[in-house]
Design a protein around this ligand. Structure first.
Ligand code: SF4
Ligand code: SF4
Length: 71
């Protein structure tokens, strides 16, 4: 998961939504704890100002996985 710099207003919505507790909000910093993240995308959908986005390399990885599973 990528975080678009200087966009977050630290509302904390994504922290409450993440089922894996993979988002850390400390004062004026938001951080994804990558080893905990399952790429469920709940944080992407819930952020009101679209701060969180899928990493491009992750999208490629997921596409490959889907293709391999459909063969
Ligand atoms: S993609 Fe899912 S697991 Fe990862 S940080 Fe967002 S809500 Fe949490
Ligand atoms: S929901 Fe969006 S704006 Fe709110 S803390 Fe999370 S990333 Fe920042």
């Amino acid at each position: 998961m990528d975080i678009i710099p200087n966009k977050c207003d630290f509302c904390g919505v994504c922290v409450g939504v993440c089922p894996e507790d993979a988002i850390e909000l400390k004062e004026a910093e938001i951080k994804i704890i990558e080893p905990l993240c399952t790429n469920c995308a709940k944080c992407v959908w819930c952020c009101p100002i679209e701060v969180l986005v899928f990493r491009k390399d992750k999208i490629q990885e997921l596409k490959k996985e889907v293709l391999n599973n459909s063969i």
